[in-house]
Design a protein. Sequence first.
Length: 482
Amino acid sequence: MKHAIYLLIAAMLVTSCSKVLDEKPQAIAEENFYNSPAEVQAGLNAIYKPIRQGGSMGALYQCQLEIYTEYMYGRGSHAPLNDYAGLDNTNITRVGDIWAQFYEAIRNANIVIKKIPGAKSLNTADAARFMAEARFMRGLLYFHLVRNWAGVPLRTAENMSQLDVPRATTDATYQFLVEDLTYAADNLTDQPRLDGAPTRWSAKAVLADVYMNLHDYTKAKDAAEAVINSNKYALVQVAVADDYDKIFGPDVQASPEEVFYLKFSRTPADQGFSYPMYAHYPNSGYYKPGGYYTFYSDAVQNKFMTQWDKNDLRYKFNWYVQTFGLTSTTILNKKFSDKVTNTAAGNDFPMYRYADVVLFYAESAARAAGAPDANAMEMLNRVHRRAYGKPTAAPDAAVDFKLSDYNTLDAFVNLVVRERTYENCSEAKHWFDLKRLGTVKQVIQNMKGITVADKHLLWPIPTNEYNYNKAIDPVKDQNPGY
């Protein structure tokens, strides 16, 4: 079942891949397509293809965001990111490509959204859930765009034929994506259309994240709580470090922790996860095809790493020592490893898993109430217990945090964020936490001794956008410092 979404994409591309090069967004032959359930589903599957590429969420997007964190460093052409002084030309090109791939996926979503109302062979229920999936993906992509670029051009089903679309404000961008995700939460079903497609609970999880970024913690709490109370998900139990492969391993088809993942597979060709290639060193034993070891840390020289309890199973699962001319304590991340593949990796990318939702709830519940309570602490402790091989739902005085030790809001939030950092290491999530909390400069200064330039907080609007979109002024509409 894991392969279903790839097979449908491959079949569709036989006839439509050349259309990507057409200038106008509605280039796919619309008149004779998007009428039957199978045709609409082929259109839905096309939304995922651009963002699964190695230049986007298949690898380089994660690399970019991980290197910004206090625990990671970049190497080679990613080394300039270590200065926190904004992007050099090579990395400006990279994020420009990410922008283009996000908007290609948005265009594909807009085509589906535009065509569903006129589909001749769709019943009402299918039309609603297909529309909801397209709007879920569009809302999710705008959420990533707004956090990296702030306000962006809002390309919709209604303005697809317009080349010149002005840059919206950050508030307007958030308003638009919240409407999409709310529609998705109301109209998606409990079960995914295919393995890797969203459910209503996927939409609720993203909304919890969105509302946390909007600092509307009551709505964030309600959305996260809805996912928890659905009883559809559970934390995967682990006893030893390698058991985390039951969540992240290349052979996992699905797990009770999977809320919304980008799915990858070793076969067919070109469907694998490229990110492990950037994580590993050649012949390390963790990824047979080789490795670029693009990002790394240091067990002794990185302050964050020295503070991470070495009895935490997540530390043991995540890191291995690998020297390559720096120090003897250089470490690489092995969360996403595939020891047997001869092509690309079979790991999936966990955009939202149940541990995320549980920690969303812990923080937002405390913030909404103005202080943590026993329930918020219990949610945090469930994730923490697992990291020490303990049953997640059984209180354990040996490892549990005590509410009396973290009874102020600031102390508790800092504890949750630290736990999320350990839990989400290498998942391209922590940088967004730092930005949401407004602590980027403080944390990087404290942990790395580096002053973060203002221009490093947002990516530049790509040159190709303002060269062809005349509603974007290359000076007035550009992000600060570029």
